[in-house]
Design a protein around this ligand. Structure first.
Ligand SMILES: Cc1cc2nc3c(=O)[nH]c(=O)nc-3n(C[C@H](O)[C@H](O)[C@H](O)COP(=O)(O)O)c2cc1C
Length: 237
């Protein structure tokens, strides 16, 4: 199983360690690639819209592409972000903005419909859910149906400060999820494309057909894939 971990922080604190507990508990043969933000993509979207015409024209394409190529080849995506002021970390939000052409409303990728994702956040008190939400929503708009979310209240500023009892609870929860991932992979079970994903895709196909997309190049992308017609990216996979 190819796993790509996107950490919304450079440091290895509670959130990173929670993500690692999940990945380490996966026993099936695995290759793991880790990225840290902002270390591996230290930019904000300029709003220039160059990507709408040609994604390679984004001023940050070379750095972004290294991450996105790995993501496209992965079976499982693990996103981690601490809760910062009831939201994901700023570098994670910057990553979301910089990859917006991957959304179903723009140029969705066929490979996304086959992936699973896990989004993990830790918080001192409240708000892990608020940090998870924008990340999970983004992955849903990339076309991923199987997204699991785990928020942990750690009452600490770093992993060293987390009580042994809490660490054990986090480990147990994520080990259960790892077992499910192992089982499905052993059975070669592919994720189901949900009704919601299909509905969203069909809605955006209708918009592209009606020339309500962002540009003629975007419409051509959909046309070339056959998605303006009856082709669908999850078919024949
Ligand atoms: C900038 C910043 C904002 C934070 N905002 C909140 C918050 O709104 N609510 C909360 O309970 N904890 C908040 N925290 C605490 C972190 O969410 C918490 O310590 C988290 O477990 C840190 O994860 P890490 O060890 O991976 O960095 C904040 C911490 C920082 C540095």
């Amino acid at each position: 199983m190819k796993i790509v971990m996107i950490n919304g922080q450079n440091h290895k604190g509670s959130t990173y360690h929670a993500g690692k507990l999940l990945i380490d508990a996966i026993t099936i043969d695995k290759q793991v690639k880790e990225f840290f933000l902002p270390r591996d993509l230290n930019h904000f979207c300029l709003g220039c819209y160059a990507c709408i015409e040609d994604e390679t024209k984004c001023p940050y394409f070379p750095e972004k592409n290294i991450i996105m190529q790995e993501i496209e080849q992965a079976d499982l995506l693990v996103f981690t972000t601490p809760n910062y002021c009831m939201a994901p970390s700023a570098p994670m939000k910057a990553f979301i903005d910089l990859t917006f052409t991957y959304w179903l409303s723009h140029k969705p990728r066929e490979c996304m419909f086959n992936k699973k994702a896990v989004v993990i956040s830790t918080t001192a008190g409240a708000g892990a859910r608020e940090a998870i939400k924008p990340v999970a929503r983004t992955l849903a708009y990339w076309g991923i149906s199987d997204i699991k979310k785990f928020g942990f209240t750690v009452q600490a500023m770093n992993w060293e400060g987390v009580s042994a009892e809490k660490k054990l609870k986090i480990k147990r929860t994520l080990s259960r999820q790892a077992k499910i991932l192992d089982k499905n992979k052993n059975k070669n079970k592919k994720p189901n494309v949900s009704f919601k994903t299909k509905l969203l895709f069909n809605m955006f196909a209708g918009m592209q057909k009606a020339n309500m997309g962002s540009s003629p190049t975007e419409r051509k992308y959909w046309e070339d894939k056959g998605w303006i017609g009856k082709e669908r990216p999850w078919k024949n996979k």
